[in-house]
Design a protein around this ligand. Structure first.
Ligand SMILES: C[S@@+](CC[C@H](N)C(=O)[O-])C[C@H]1O[C@@H](n2cnc3c(N)ncnc32)[C@H](O)[C@@H]1O
Length: 179
């Protein structure tokens, strides 16, 4: 997983400031690469990784074992549809190459908004092939307008989208409040 999905999270993370005290969640954390990268920035905060696959949870725990033993990282098994976290718990939520698997995007985005602080940020990075590509439909990839519509109706009022600067990829930054 970490070899195949590699380092795309770095692009997303370059585009957001991560305060050292941030409480962060990486949804669909896979092998745990992004959790580790975020933990290097939020050194006084706490990073959670969540994946519905036990295999991925175990991989993520293995990669982040020393951070887990220091209490800086926690990896949980669960679904984005019923996040095992409190309302307004997180400063930053990330979703790297996972959103196309979410079964009810609008409802799931509302669940993400529930656990974000009012000042919090959601970052989505996903593949973005040409819209006439057969892969778009097969992979259920959204276009920029669909992302914005779904996020707005889930309560994210400020949505910025970059589908130009990295060929084949889209970066979405969504906030409930500006700033
Ligand atoms: C393509 S992998 C990406 C993994 C990682 N984010 C990365 O970029 O390397 C997608 C991940 O999302 C997880 N996933 C899919 N649907 C999910 C859901 N509804 N809730 C939580 N995790 C989910 C999968 O188990 C898988 O680990």
């Amino acid at each position: 997983m970490n070899i195949f999905h590699g380092t795309i999270h770095k692009w997303g993370l370059q585009n957001c400031s991560i305060n050292e005290n941030y409480i962060c969640l990486d949804i669909g954390c896979g092998g745990g690469n992004a959790v580790k990268a975020i933990a290097e920035k939020a050194i006084k905060g706490k990073i959670y990784g969540l994946d519905h696959s036990l295999e991925m949870v175990n991989l993520s725990r293995k990669l982040n074992s020393s951070l887990i033993s220091k209490g800086l990282v926690e990896i949980n098994q669960g679904s984005v549809s019923a996040l095992p976290y409190s309302d307004s718990q997180f400063d930053l939520v990330t979703a790297f190459e996972t959103i196309q698997f979410w079964t009810n995007l609008e409802k799931d985005l509302k669940e993400v908004k529930r656990i974000l602080k009012s000042t919090g940020t959601l970052i989505i990075v996903n593949r973005y092939p040409p819209e006439d590509s057969k892969w778009s439909e097969f992979l259920q990839l959204k276009n920029a307008i669909e992302y914005k519509e779904k996020l707005n109706s889930a309560g994210f009022e400020h949505v910025s989208i970059d589908n130009k600067s990295k060929n084949g990829w889209i970066l979405v930054i969504a906030k409930t409040k500006n700033g």
